[in-house]
Design a protein around this ligand. Structure first.
Ligand code: SF4
Length: 100
């Protein structure tokens, strides 16, 4: 399974992570923009697959946490917990590096 840090050339590279990880965790117009960005990403399938199997927050693979919870129930997937803060930082750093 590809990991998000392998998604070189993903549509979210260089995009403000606030669109994908909103503070208030509500679906806003920014979330909709993130979903639109995801919709044409070459890694949409891999990203969604990863986010279904890991308990990540924010928009991943064009889905919100609530949407992924519903999909997990249907697909009988139990996600693996991750250390969220570190992971966010890794993702942000990857974006910064790739946009240099
Ligand atoms: S599907 Fe969305 S969150 Fe996942 S790598 Fe692509 S643009 Fe980024």
């Amino acid at each position: 399974m590809l990991k998000p840090w392998d998604f070189v050339g993903a549509n979210c590279e260089g995009v403000d992570t606030e669109y994908f990880f909103p503070e208030d965790k509500l679906i806003t117009s920014e979330n909709k923009l993130a979903k639109k960005i995801c919709s044409t990403c070459n890694f949409l399938t891999e990203c969604l697959n990863y986010s279904l199997h890991h308990r990540v927050q924010g928009i991943w693979g064009g889905t919100s946490p609530r949407e992924r919870d519903r999909m997990r129930k249907t697909l009988n997937i139990i996600p693996v917990p991750i250390i969220q803060e570190r992971y966010h930082n890794d993702r942000i750093n990857n974006h910064r590096q790739s946009s240099l």
